[in-house]
Design a protein around this ligand. Structure first.
Ligand code: ADP
Length: 296
């Protein structure tokens, strides 16, 4: 059983020639709406790979809330701990994508910002029983800390998006930042070289192991005594949205199945590489059968 404590957002995506500057209006292409949010994406990633998954989160009492809940449920995720917050809009991400495929994103957390320590306490049986509890940075910090206290199994934390000054919960077994997030956690410029990455990861005391995701460069695994680089599987990426979420969900599945961290990270990297070969966030997440086929 995997417990994910995190966000659900409705992504509203508009293609534009160039991003609007302050005071400017630009005309874009057709709007596309799809379910997202790091918590929901990671829960769906884990469920697609065959794990039993429950999500702790909040949606608003609007149309988006119904849509977000049913998208996650359709992937097989238990949504009994996804509460509806009265009088609050659901989380939304307003995304424009320009001709160079660069995103400009504004997130309105809405109901995600109302998730509270009490929601974790209401899910305490789930958190105690879960083999892995998975956290991110899209809900209030006190929620992370409450979930960490209540987690009975391994605690995996994806400190995304990068937030300078946000305190890590104690008891993190595996921290999964990308370069920018690792930089934000150490309060220093983004680490570039392998030496800088290892030094930055080792600065984070109280964390069991750090798994730095490096996009097309793969993954760097750092613990107190060793560091190991796992190259990415070569693919032709069409859309890297949710590659990090896919990696985290898959890593949680592999750890819940009892794989050691290095093998779990290798497996998750293949799942994440597959997710970059398809468009969208949740639609791009591979199934167990697809991952098995890619590995055979
Ligand atoms: P984020 O989107 O959170 O910054 P990354 O870009 O580091 O995350 O991607 C997460 C993981 O997905 C990487 O560690 C890698 O394993 C896989 N991945 C991402 N981009 C590619 C790519 N272009 N080719 C192969 N694997 C990729």
């Amino acid at each position: 059983l995997i417990a994910v404590v995190g966000s659900l957002n409705l992504d509203l995506v508009v293609p534009v020639r160039h991003h609007a500057t302050p005071g400017e209006t630009v005309l874009g292409g057709d709007l596309v709406r799809h379910p997202g949010g790091k918590g929901a994406n990671q829960a769906v990633a884990a469920a697609r790979l065959g794990a039993r998954v429950a999500l702790v989160g909040r949606v608003g009492d609007d149309d988006a809330g119904g849509l977000l809940r049913s998208a996650v449920r359709a992937a097989g995720v238990d949504v009994s701990h996804v509460r509806t917050t009265e009088g609050t809009p659901s989380g939304h991400a307003l995304i424009t994508v320009d001709e160079r495929a660069e995103n400009a994103i504004t997130v309105s957390p809405g109901a995600n910002s109302r998730l509270a320590a009490a929601d974790c306490e209401a899910a305490s049986e789930l958190l105690a029983a879960a083999a892995v509890t998975l956290l991110q940075h899209e809900v209030p910090v006190e929620v992370d800390h409450a979930a960490a206290r209540l987690a009975g199994g391994l605690l995996v934390h994806n400190p995304a998006p990068a937030l300078v000054g946000r305190q890590l919960p104690s008891g993190v077994d595996v921290l999964v930042p990308n370069r920018a997030e690792l930089g934000a956690l150490t309060g220093r410029p983004e680490p570039a070289t392998r030496g800088e990455l290892v030094a930055a990861a080792r600065e984070l005391t109280g964390v069991g192991a750090v798994v730095v995701t490096l996009g097309a460069d793969g993954v760097l695994l750092v613990d107190g005594s060793t560091d190991l680089h796992l190259p990415a599987r070569p693919v032709d990426p069409v859309d890297t949205t949710a590659a990090g979420d896919c990696f985290c969900g898959a890593l949680a599945v592999a750890l819940a199945e009892g794989r050691p961290l290095d093998r779990a990270a290798r497996w998750a990297a293949v799942a994440a590489a597959l997710s970059t070969t398809r468009h969208g966030a949740q639609p791009s997440l591979p199934t167990r059968a697809e991952l098995d086929a890619a590995l055979s």
